[in-house]
Design a protein around this ligand. Structure first.
Ligand SMILES: C[S@@+](CC[C@H](N)C(=O)[O-])C[C@H]1O[C@@H](n2cnc3c(N)ncnc32)[C@H](O)[C@@H]1O
Length: 292
């Protein structure tokens, strides 16, 4: 049985496998499947049971399976559906009303590295050396903004791209800049890549010989859609964590607990910092009305 997920508390994530526990989440043999642990952590923090989670590029359906495992509702879309509960459509035009989603996750193609389908609308047919890739992703991000409820969160998982003999493409930075036009940055996580190619000695030898680097991590960008009315009223009082038993969950991750200056020794830092105007959705006082 694959290791059970735990709540992660630093901005560096690493996972032993694509799937957790003894259930299936997505398909570990699907090229480009997202690690299910990522979805588990995001949904624990930024959603609550029955929330509607959307994945506009659902691939093998990892988001849908984790969302349902956690009692969230989920809808997945893709140009090339791999199973009957994924609807065929272009992520630039989702069949959803405005502001219906409580959370959106997206793991788009990173340039032309993988062949997903023959559909000419596939973003994986667009080379990130060219503007077309970013123009397409800008439309996808605008569509996410349209369907997401104000005050709620989205996350985008992506890698930069490098191909021998061609200029480096900082896809992460470029997509982050596009998202910042619409969303507030909440945090940036680096996720270790467990790509099988990274185990090949000859890939590493070639990287040294050619004086370039292999992609060792993906970015996980977490963004919040502003809520004009609520944000004008200012931040609420400090909320308590809603994650079940967070103390035991975090113990597995980081035995060398950091101390915050001014805190009593032994007290852990749980939950994100409380910057003004920032309200992590998963940390709500129980019994209160959920954020719109
Ligand atoms: C990296 S995969 C997603 C992996 C998925 N999260 C999983 O765990 O299996 C990217 C997906 O984007 C889809 N895709 C590419 N362009 C698209 C578009 N314009 N609209 C919808 N889906 C698209 C591809 O068909 C592919 O399934």
């Amino acid at each position: 049985m694959a290791q059970k997920p735990t709540i992660l508390t630093t901005t560096l994530w690493d996972f032993p496998s694509q799937q957790y526990g003894d259930e299936q989440q997505g398909d570990k043999n699907y090229k480009g499947a997202t690690p299910a642990y990522i979805l588990w952590n995001l949904l624990q923090r930024y959603t609550k049971p029955k929330d509607l989670v959307i994945d506009p590029m659902a691939g093998s359906g990892t988001t849908l399976d984790v969302a349902r495992d956690l009692g969230r509702r989920a809808l997945g879309y893709d140009l090339q559906p791999t199973r009957p509960d994924i609807f065929r459509c272009d992520a630039r035009k989702l069949p959803l009303q405005d502001e219906k989603a409580s959370f959106v996750f997206i793991d788009p193609p990173y340039s032309t590295h993988l062949e997903y389908s023959d559909d000419p609308r596939c973003v994986g047919k667009l080379d990130a050396q060219n503007r077309d890739y970013y123009e397409a992703m800008e439309l996808v991000i605008a569509e996410i903004d349209r369907i997401l409820r104000p005050g709620r969160y989205m996350a985008l998982y992506v890698s930069d791209s490098f191909q021998k003999g061609r200029p480096f493409c900082p896809i992460g930075f470029d997509l982050f800049e596009i998202m910042r036009k619409r969303f507030e940055p909440v945090d940036i996580i680096a996720v270790t890549r467990r790509n099988k190619n990274l185990e090949k000695g000859n890939w590493h030898a070639a990287a040294v010989e050619g004086n370039y680097f292999l992609r060792g991590f993906n970015y996980l960008f977490i963004m919040r859609k502003p809520d004009a009315a609520r944000d004008r009223r200012g931040p609420k009082e400090v909320a308590e964590p809603r994650i079940p038993n967070p103390e035991s969950a975090i113990r597995h991750q980081n035995p060398r607990t950091e101390e915050r200056p001014g805190r009593p020794a032994g007290q852990r830092n749980i939950g994100p910092g409380r910057a003004p105007g920032r309200r992590p959705g998963g940390f709500k006082p129980s019994g209160r009305k959920p954020e719109r």
